[in-house]
Unconditional design. Structure first.
Length: 252
């Protein structure tokens, strides 16, 4: 059995992605902070699909948990790794809560980089393997009031696009791809604004559901493109070649 790993699987895109991959018959390893939500998801999936579902409760914003989590994966054969865990923040830079920002940097940037690196190190020459990192339309356009959050997603986009070209350049069998959603109906707004609840209906002019975005992720998975991005104006989904310029370093 070869497993699909999904981080941040307790809600939103990660939750729906787990269901979408289960519909493909993929065995799953799911990680998130909230064990009870993972248990609910596992039960929902196994009532409908004959797949194995392994849950791994962990807070990946804590660096020691990232390495421990990956070490736990060594007993499984992996096929796909979806780095979905992350959160946002909407504050002017001078007013942002640095405790929250440091945690966001550890999760959005550090954990994703460590897990991507370890997965590539172990599986880059395994046929059919894919690394799918979740960025944002804010990883290609800076949104006012969310400068630091967008900067983390610019990193995710540039890192993943660059890795995709690096893998291709050395003939590796793994493919690295980046999904860039625009506004999506998840817990993202609630955590970004630090509020108990917020409705997308009436507050956000255009958005996709998490289920729609999970199916866009599968479209990217099935494609030979590197970037799956939602147009911030039309909200149409496009599959593209790398967007950022990439220059081979001269060894002379």
């Amino acid at each position: 059995m070869a497993y699909t790993v999904i981080t941040g699987a307790s809600s939103g895109i990660g939750y729906e992605a787990a269901i979408a991959f289960a519909e493909r018959g993929k065995d799953l390893i799911l990680v998130a902070r909230r064990e009870e939500k993972l248990e609910e998801l596992k039960s929902e999936i196994q009532q409908q699909h004959n797949v194995d579902v392994v849950i791994k409760p962990a807070d990946l914003a804590e660096p020691e948990n990232v390495h421990a989590f990956y070490e736990d994966l060594k007993t499984y054969t992996l096929e796909t790794f979806v780095n979905n865990a992350g959160f946002g923040n909407f504050d002017p830079v001078a007013e942002q809560d640095l405790g929250k920002i440091q945690k966001m940097l550890r999760l959005n940037v550090e954990a994703l980089t460590v897990l991507s690196t370890l997965f590539v190190r172990d599986y880059e020459n395994q046929e059919g393997t894919q690394l799918l990192n979740i960025s944002s339309a804010g990883g290609y356009n800076i949104v006012g009031g969310a400068v630091t959050y967008c900067s983390t997603k610019f990193y995710v986009s540039a890192f993943t696009e660059g890795l995709a070209q690096e893998l291709q350049g050395k003939g590796a069998k793994m493919r690295a791809k980046v999904l860039a959603p625009a506004a999506t109906e998840t817990e993202f707004m609630k955590r970004s604004f630090d509020v108990e609840d917020i409705s997308y209906e009436g507050n956000v002019p255009q958005y996709h559901t998490a289920k729609e975005m999970a199916h866009f992720l599968l479209d990217l998975y099935d494609s030979n493109k590197v970037v799956g991005i939602v147009d911030g104006e039309t909200y149409e989904f496009h599959l593209k070649d790398p967007i950022y310029p990439y220059v081979e370093r001269s060894t002379k």
